[in-house]
Write a protein that binds this ligand. Structure first.
Ligand SMILES: [Zn+2]
Ligand SMILES: [Zn+2]
Length: 285
């Protein structure tokens, strides 16, 4: 089947170094007819832009405990955390409605270390989990897959979905192999080549996703495992666009191309500047 791909970019202005080059580094991409920018608080908003509102806290509390919400409120990262989750939720809803096919979500704070009642490691709210909850509540969606290629273990995502067999979560990290209730941890050696890593993903995510038949795929994408970044496992920058190509291929096959890429770990500004536009180019076809 052939369909026209539309890609959404979800962005909010934030402090910090790694995204300093954005959205300027998206020049040439934002002008594509099938790419749409949804943002919050960006002062030089192009006329085609769409708005993002912070996620209401009652929605946050469907995934996280009220006590945790209060702790995040006191953390100093509250607004950024709300807008990060907002991007992920907004992307998922627009994909579900068919307004866009796929999305790249710029987060200020990632997802996967945020559990029901704990957070850390630069994560405050689990945006993918909140998005899944919203799609189920409003649209009757049921089955989701999350692939996690950040260098670290997604303990928060694992915690939230452990008892939920309708979420397939495949985490690639140095932790030991575990498999429970469609939650799978695939052990990645401390040093790998791109080809070894891609083979692990091909052999462990793709067949499971095809059998599982998710209605949408979330990709918790970190680049911290790239050479020279803080989770360096030996990957080169070339690995990420290839991963994007193949994960998009799986999404095309199982769920009409519906995939949302959620930015997770990685700190180097030069890597962000190169890799994020490359991934978005792949998404936009
Ligand atoms: Zn990480
Ligand atoms: Zn893991």
């Amino acid at each position: 089947m052939i369909w026209v791909v539309a890609t959404g970019i979800f962005f909010h202005y934030q402090e910090g170094q790694r995204l300093r080059d954005f959205p300027q580094a998206l020049e040439g991409i934002l002008s594509l007819d099938n790419v749409f920018l949804y943002d919050a608080f960006y002062p030089l908003k192009p006329s085609s832009a769409f708005d993002l509102e912070p996620v209401p806290t009652d929605i946050i509390c469907r995934i996280h405990t009220p006590d945790m919400l209060e702790r995040v409120e006191r953390s100093g990262a509250f607004e950024g955390a709300l807008l990060s989750a907002s991007g992920t939720v907004g992307a998922a809803i627009r994909i579900w409605k068919g307004e866009i096919t796929n999305a790249f979500v710029f987060t200020g704070y990632g997802d996967h270390h945020a559990g029901r009642d704990f957070f850390g490691g630069g994560c405050y709210f689990n945006g993918a989990a909140i998005a899944i909850c919203e799609l189920r509540r409003h649209f009757g969606a049921k089955r989701f897959a999350i692939i996690d290629t950040d260098a670290h273990h997604g303990d928060g995502t694992w915690d939230i979905f452990l008892d939920d067999p309708d979420v397939l979560y495949i985490c690639f990290c140095p932790g030991n192999h575990q498999e429970k209730n469609n939650k799978v941890n695939i052990r990645v050696p401390w040093r790998v080549t791109d080809e070894e890593y891609l083979t692990l993903v091909r052999e462990n995510f793709f067949p499971r996703a095809i059998v599982f038949q998710p209605e949408m795929i979330f990709w918790n994408w970190g680049y911290d495992g790239t050479q020279g970044d803080y989770g360096d496992i030996g990957l080169t920058p070339n690995c990420h666009a290839q991963l994007a190509q193949e994960i998009k291929g799986v999404a095309d096959r199982v769920c009409q191309g519906r995939v949302s890429v959620v930015l997770c770990g990685g700190s180097r500004r030069n890597l962000a500047r190169r890799l994020i536009p490359e991934i978005i180019q792949v998404l936009a076809g």
